[in-house]
Ligand binder design. Sequence first.
Ligand code: SF4
Length: 204
Amino acid sequence: MADSKEKLAADAKSLKDIAAGIARCRGCRLWERATQAVGGEGSPKSRIVFVGEQPGDQEDIAGKPFVGPAGRVLDEALEKAGVDRREVYVTNAVKHFSWEPRGKRRMHKTPAQQEIAACQDWLAAELRLIRPDLIVALGGTAVRALLGPGAKVLINRGKFLPSDWGAKVLVTVHPSSILRVPPEDRKEAFEAFVRDLSHIKRVS
Ligand code: SF4
């Protein structure tokens, strides 16, 4: 009998083991409609781990996290905040793309709490191997995955919160939320995001 997701994640000794594990994971139904699993990216020696929600349409095809429009917002904000993306590890709370069809398009669908919980073994394995000094939670799904189902972005935004992961969690919005605000408010939303990320310098 094949090893369970829980055992594979708990036994993972490297990020490569995690990549192999998520590629064959059937821990929830999201794998069925995704092109491939998308793991984290970055050095296992990174001191900061960014956790987003899930791979988007472009990430699902590319097999890499944060390569789509939200990834470009994150790159720009990191640069403005003085954080080198090459020195951080980026991943998602959920490793397969959750989507629903709308015409010919695959529209993002927020993962259910059950799917976030199912995928938590893999996130835990990444954090266990990397042992970062700081985790940055990008948006509601990451906040719930890291701090519990009742945790909220808006009341915790910009704060360093204690966690069970061996590192504080800095809460901020997901970069995709900046793309959804009306164009006239986008600059302000982006600047607020950069302000949140600028706090990282306090611990790095
Ligand atoms: S989303 Fe996570 S738990 Fe669900 S199948 Fe993919 S890797 Fe497994």
